[in-house]
Ligand binder design. Structure first.
Ligand SMILES: Cc1cc2nc3c(=O)[nH]c(=O)nc-3n(C[C@H](O)[C@H](O)[C@H](O)COP(=O)(O)OP(=O)(O)OC[C@H]3O[C@@H](n4cnc5c(N)ncnc54)[C@H](O)[C@@H]3O)c2cc1C
Length: 380
């Protein structure tokens, strides 16, 4: 393929964001080398499991909505380009106390960015969805654009499209170091297999990113979380794909327990940000009774129909920043090294737009989106 830009870019880490960046770069005719220590999709990092949630009325802040709108369109585009769908609109019902982060944050995003939402009272929820035991005094918001992403399909789709567009993808090859010339004219990447040179470098190494930043110390924390697949003990039809909206109940006033439809492997349950700190090297990759009890205590309270047989479970990891916003920025010391990581447990839905942004940062040095909240220097 011709390379009108004349540029070469190395992408380290081909999970959610790296696979999308490799595709976006290759699509533009750029020479791309993508490297991963495993063969994505795999279950060692942050991008495995049956489904992820996309929400449009974003409780994390209205500034995310323009990114979500672009991602939403790109998810549909990805469905058109690949044999297996990566995304479908399901709608989502999010429940919590009126003063909690979900209810206040979703309404703030809706108002600031004109995002459609529908408010429901607890009585209306119980009437329409008898399996949801929402307490009196709570509120519920239905987000009609909310959807389910199939993460392993999405990563495979981006990788397949990247290869078709000419990207050179190398799997089971570990990056052991990189350097950037002081003049900013190029980068060298060393791996378990050899050495590569390019004009610029994109680092999308997920939970391994802290070990990849050299002297740059960013306040990242890795959090171990578990996800569970269950067979409902009653009303199974309600929980099947096509019938069931994404749903969450906020616990306290900050983070929810959430669930997604049964796509054939059980209903997915997880607790957001109720995990423990870890590292990718030392993490306990087996779920245990404590993980189980932590989540099923809330299931019994809010959705007793889901207190059924556990079909499967898995451990997954988040890369958190102190404010839980991502880091998507040029390396403070090297303009041609781009960091795209630390998605703080809510990054998958942005993968398509992040691919575009990372490609723009590598090729043009800037993006049309406002990336201020993702700055690598915001931590002081
Ligand atoms: C249980 C769970 C539920 C979630 N739910 C949602 C949700 O509902 N909605 C949502 O939007 N987000 C959700 N997230 C967050 C989302 O999944 C992550 O933000 C996203 O998957 C992170 O993608 P990534 O590309 O940064 O990391 P990954 O996909 O893990 O990719 C990083 C890649 O870098 C590679 N790598 C690392 N080091 C090296 C090296 N030295 N050499 C070569 N390769 C290397 C790794 O092998 C890996 O393939 C959830 C996360 C978890 C764990």
């Amino acid at each position: 393929m011709s390379n009108p830009t004349g540029q070469k870019v190395i992408v380290v880490g081909l999970g959610a964001h790296g696979s999308s960046a490799a595709y976006q770069l290759a699509k533009r005719g750029v020479e791309v080398v993508g490297i991963d220590q495993f063969h994505p999709p795999h279950s060692m990092g942050s991008s495995h499991g049956p489904s992820r949630i996309l929400r449009m009325a974003y409780k994390e802040g209205p500034d995310y909505v323009p990114l979500l709108r672009r991602s939403f369109d790109l998810w549909h585009e990805l469905n058109d380009l690949h044999t297996e769908p990566s995304f479908e609109v399901t709608g989502g019902l999010f429940m919590g106390q009126p003063t909690g982060r979900a209810m206040t944050g979703m309404q703030a995003s809706s108002q600031a960015q004109d995002v459609e939402i529908r408010l429901m009272t607890p009585a209306e929820v119980r009437d329409k969805y008898p399996s949801f035991h929402i307490p009196d005094g709570w509120e519920a918001i239905f987000d009609p654009k909310s959807g389910a992403i199939f993460p392993e399909v999405a990563v495979a789709a981006h990788l397949s499209l990247a290869t078709q567009a000419g990207a050179d993808l190398r799997f089971d090859e570990q990056v052991t170091g990189w350097s950037a010339s002081s003049s900013g004219s190029g980068v060298t990447v060393t791996t378990s297999h050899g050495e590569y040179e390019a004009d610029s470098l994109i680092l999308t190494a997920g939970v391994w990113i802290p070990g990849m930043l050299g002297d740059l110390e960013l306040p990242f924390e890795i959090e171990r979380v578990s996800l569970w697949m269950v067979e409902p003990r009653a009303n199974h039809d309600f929980f099947r794909a096509g019938n069931f909206p994404n749903a969450s109940f906020e616990i306290g006033e900050k983070y929810p327990i959430y669930m997604q439809a049964d796509y054939g492997t059980g209903v997915k349950l997880a607790l957001d940000h109720h995990g423990t700190l870890t590292t990718p090297e030392t993490v306990n990759r087996e779920t245990n009774q404590e993980d189980h009890d932590k989540i099923f205590e809330h299931i019994r309270r809010f959705i007793p129909d889901l207190d059924g047989k556990v079909l499967d479970s898995a451990v997954c990891m988040y890369t958190n920043t102190p404010d839980l916003n991502f880091v998507v920025d040029k390396h403070p010391a090297h303009d041609n090294v781009i960091i795209g990581s630390a998605c703080s447990g809510h990054g998958f839905k942005f993968a398509p737009v992040m691919g575009e942004i990372l490609a723009d940062l590598a090729l043009e040095g800037e993006s049309d989106f406002d990336l201020e909240m993702f700055s690598a220097t915001r931590f002081g």
